[in-house]
Design a protein around this ligand. Structure first.
Ligand SMILES: [Zn+2]
Length: 417
């Protein structure tokens, strides 16, 4: 099975020069080669060429907070085949601070990570973690949780920190409103995010080696989303993120905003759906046309002893696994499943944080393997069949399929059996 992907990738490498020219019209250090498009849904498989390496999409990007993923080393992450991961600007900007990281040859040098990095703007963390934050046209004002000093995170400041970090993809500072908020505040935030995008573009000192992504806002209001899409797609940015979702809104609203966004985003640029990481959500949103995803869920849930498996999750702590000598998932090829049993992890969990480490590795491997399988099915033109099999395995019976997923897939011509 692997050979057919290689064959396709290899064939396409020969016309890479032409594709590169087309994609580089924006003169950005990024190019997107579309390898295959699903003839039924909006799914696509692409090669996203970034400054540090190529990324095969659809891609799940694990989240590191302070220059490493909790419970896993950079070498382990690379060995799992991870091609891009996230660094949190807020945490890194506060501690150890951009000056030290710049001295260490950026976040790549600081972490000793050879693949790609995406950094967020820092805004989301600020609004969600810091109680006393205030948003004005200037930026986000907040009190440092480290020393109580008042700090202003402006679009310029956010980009300046991200320039010091040297990430391959930087995110614009946007005006973040909870997805459950309605009314004039959503419209204000949408317009402000457009103005801040222009300030971020102007502030980027490294447009030749760092890609700035715009973030589509507009809450759950289709008119506002469309307006934001119209405005932002007129800007010459290398990629687009769909923001302001996955924050507790109804799933029905969620998928409709996702599909509306992908309908209006340019085909030749990458589409990043922020904060999405549940397996079902990933598969459905790939069908709706998204290429990139990130979420703390797989690593966070691992620390509570929850291992992700094709039939949902497995709670290592549960008594039923105390004498179970099978690996977490007998079909998983990750280092944890090759070496350790459920019973061993169960015993370890009681006394040692090493259990969390083993489950974190498995969960990241699960996400990356899922995305590789999806990609291969798109390349081999059998993505609709893949979804059928995936859903059957994930849910005990079709009447347990979430109705939003059934509706979302029906909107792209897939009727679940
Ligand atoms: Zn595993």
């Amino acid at each position: 099975m692997a050979s057919s992907t290689e064959r396709v990738d290899h064939t396409n490498a020969s016309d890479s020069n032409m594709s590169l020219k087309v994609a580089l019209s924006a003169a950005s250090p990024l190019s997107l080669r579309i390898i295959a498009e699903c003839p039924v849904t909006k799914a696509r498989a692409c090669d996203l060429i970034l400054p540090h390496s190529a990324v095969s999409t659809p891609v799940f990007m694990p989240v590191g907070t302070q220059g490493t993923l909790k419970g896993i080393t950079v070498d382990q992450l690379e060995n799992l085949g991870c091609q891009i991961c996230l660094g949190n600007t807020y945490h890194l900007g506060m501690r150890p601070g951009p000056d030290l990281i710049e001295k260490a040859r950026g976040l790549h040098g600081f972490m000793n990570w050879k693949k790609n990095l995406l950094t967020d703007s820092g805004g989301f963390q600020m609004v969600s973690l810091v109680e006393l934050s205030e948003v004005t046209e200037e930026g986000v004002k907040f009190k440092s949780p480290y020393d109580g000093k008042e700090i202003l995170l402006s679009p310029e400041k956010s980009i300046s920190i991200q320039n010091s970090l040297g990430s391959d993809i930087m995110m614009q500072l946007d005006d973040v409103v909870s997805s459950t908020v309605t009314g004039p505040r959503v419209e204000e935030a949408m317009h402000r995010s457009i103005r801040w995008l222009d300030r971020c573009i102007a502030a980027n000192k490294n447009p030749d080696r760092q890609n700035l992504f715009a973030i589509i806002q507009g809450g759950l209001n289709a008119e506002l989303r469309k307006k934001c899409l119209d405005e932002m797609t007129q800007r010459d940015v290398p990629g687009f993120a769909i923001g302001g979702l996955s924050g507790g809104e109804e799933k029905d609203d969620f998928w409709r905003m996702v599909t509306l966004s992908t309908d209006h985003l340019p085909r030749e640029k990458p589409r990043y759906l922020m904060g999405v990481g549940y397996a079902v959500d990933l598969v459905v949103c790939i069908a709706l046309g998204c290429d990139m995803f990130d979420c703390v869920f797989p690593t966070r849930t691992a620390r509570f002893g929850s291992a992700l498996v094709p039939w949902g999750s497995l709670q290592v702590k549960h008594k039923q696994f105390a004498k179970d000598l099978q690996p977490i998932d007998p079909d998983c090829q990750c280092p944890t499943c090759k070496r350790h049993s459920r019973a061993y992890l169960h015993a370890l969990f009681k006394s040692d944080t090493a259990a969390m480490h083993h489950i974190t590795i498995h969960n990241i491997a699960y996400q990356l393997t899922l995305m590789r399988s999806v990609r291969q099915s798109i390349v081999e033109k059998r993505f609709p069949e893949f979804i059928q099999t995936f859903m059957k395995r994930m849910f005990p019976s079709p009447d347990q399929y979430p109705s939003w997923a059934v509706d979302a897939l029906a909107s792209v011509n897939i009727t679940l059996e």
